[in-house]
Write a protein that binds this ligand. Structure first.
Ligand code: SF4
Ligand code: FES
Length: 236
């Protein structure tokens, strides 16, 4: 089938303002949108810039706006869209455009680093490994599926209004360590996150959960953090 792509183009080093460019390609209904973008770049326009790596929904590098919704280009097929054979491709909102569909994710990773995204176990004097119960692993498992694609943060209306808000992805990573039984700094993590720009920045709007390509119940996880913060304040 013939597909029509309308693609956002902007090179801040050369262009005064963004514009949209039209491309026609032949595609199969089972082709990924990433396949289509590759086809455009390989066969028609080598100047089109976008990120991708694994092509299998693992690396998180090809999050884009496809027909107005945040998606992974490698996880969506041509046949998945009701728009038939018309596609509008734009970069993630919220972040500055580096070129075309590539955005600067440094502010996203800066927030991520703020939550100290690594396990901080206590001193181990047993000489054995830290054991984690299966139930505990199951509880934090949704957060382990995060591939840091930034779709949730880009789609969050609170993040758009308040650039200082940590955002759903960073808070989800905090959830992963707050509730990991092997981490020894839960109290400190909860204290740090107990702020308007921290977990209370979340107004339970569910947009993050709606757009997450890994179907992580982000809003629910953030709710667990809020409950833990309140319990800590009550001395529970
Ligand atoms: Fe992407 Fe989901 Fe992780 Fe957010 S929580 S960064 S949407 S995988
Ligand atoms: Fe890795 Fe799509 S290219 S998630």
């Amino acid at each position: 089938m013939q597909c029509h792509f309308t693609v956002y183009r902007f090179d801040p080093a050369a262009d005064e303002k963004p514009h949209y460019q039209e491309y026609e390609i032949a595609a199969e209904p089972t082709d990924k949108i990433l396949d289509c973008l590759n086809k455009i770049r390989w066969e028609q326009d080598p100047t089109l810039a976008f990120r991708s790596s694994c092509a299998h929904g693992i690396c998180g590098s090809d999050a884009l706006m496809i027909n107005g919704r945040t998606e992974l280009a490698c996880q969506k097929l041509v046949r998945d869209f009701k728009s038939g054979n018309n596609f509008v491709i734009e970069p993630l909102p919220l972040f500055d455009v580096v070129k075309d569909l590539i955005v600067d994710l440094e502010p996203f990773f800066e927030k991520y680093r703020q939550v100290q995204p690594y396990l901080k176990p206590g001193k181990n004097t047993s000489g054995k490994e830290f054991i984690q119960e299966a139930e505990n692993q199951e509880f934090i498992e949704p957060a382990l599926r995060c591939i840091l694609c930034a779709s949730c943060t880009a789609g969050c209306p609170i993040n758009r209004a308040n650039p200082d808000y940590l955002g759903p992805a960073a808070l989800l990573r905090a959830f992963r360590y707050i509730f990991d039984s092997r981490d020894s700094t839960t109290e400190h993590r909860l204290e740090k996150i107990d702020a308007d720009d921290g977990v209370w920045g979340c107004k339970t709007m569910w947009w993050c959960t709606e757009v997450c390509p890994k179907e992580i119940p982000i809003t629910k996880c953030l709710g667990q953090i809020k409950r833990a913060v309140m319990q800590k304040k009550k001395g529970g």
